[in-house]
Design a protein around this ligand. Structure first.
Ligand code: CDP
Length: 225
């Protein structure tokens, strides 16, 4: 089995939607000079391909077809994962539907583990964020953080994020979308969202981005000392 070795510098960050994990992961990667992978972007990109082809994100064959297209595209251009169109809530929903299919998760596993094992040249380690990094993708990561916050605060954060990107959304719709997506991510059979037993849980409801980073850096210092 391909698996990260316990002494490689890997930080696994998991948590529900808009908990602050992506912001934290980026800031930590900058501070530590680690490579960063937003694994949600992989699932979003598969969801995007399925919708673009007029398929159904809950159909295994449509979703696997989306994975194939994504793999081909990633061979020539990994900037597709930063496509701003991936961020809208329609794609987020499609992502959580394809993500509930075990064969889709299997198809995306090697991409994530390869990144963790071989971060970009010159980088000191790798940070991956998602839903199952500490539990499935990198179970031997040196540091596992589970980032959470109460649902109302998360919905407000997501609403601001979407509005700043020009997507017209209401608080009510974002909150409802988040409820449905959290329930699907936590309730699915395939790699459900949950903290790994050895993860440090950080509730960011009352933390600023600076405070969140400070806490995480303290844990990283301990983990890598
Ligand atoms: O940005 P946000 O936290 O809302 O979502 P995301 O991290 O971009 O992930 C989109 C969807 O992909 C999630 O709702 C999950 O269903 C799925 N996902 C997953 O199953 N496993 C991961 N490692 C990352 C994302």
């Amino acid at each position: 089995m391909t698996m990260s070795s316990s002494n490689s510098k890997i930080i696994a960050i998991d948590g529900p939607a808009a908990s602050g994990k992506g912001t934290l992961a980026r800031a930590l990667a900058d501070a530590l000079d680690f490579a960063y992978m937003d694994t949600g972007a992989l699932y979003r990109a598969v969801g995007f391909e399925v919708l673009f082809a007029g398929g159904n994100p809950e159909s295994e064959s449509d979703a696997l077809h989306g994975c194939n297209i994504l793999s081909q595209k990633l061979n020539s251009d990994d900037t597709i994962l930063s496509n701003p169109d991936l961020r809208n809530d329609k794609i987020g929903n499609a992502a959580s539907k394809v993500a509930a299919i075990q064969s889709v998760r299997d198809a995306l596993l090697d991409i994530q583990r390869n990144f963790a094992k071989n971060p970009a040249i010159g980088k000191a380690g790798a940070i991956l964020d998602g839903r199952d990094i500490g539990t499935v993708v990198c179970p031997r990561a040196s540091l596992k953080l589970y980032i959470t916050a109460n649902m109302e605060i998360r919905a407000k954060r997501r609403m601001k994020e979407l509005q700043s990107k020009g997507f017209g959304v209401t608080y009510k719709a974002v909150l409802e979308d988040m409820r449905v997506r959290d329930a699907r991510d936590k309730g699915r059979k395939a790699a459900p969202l949950m903290p790994s037993g050895d993860a440090i849980v950080i509730d960011t409801s009352d933390l600023s981005q600076g405070q969140m980073l400070e806490k995480a850096l303290e844990y990283a210092k301990k983990a890598f000392s």
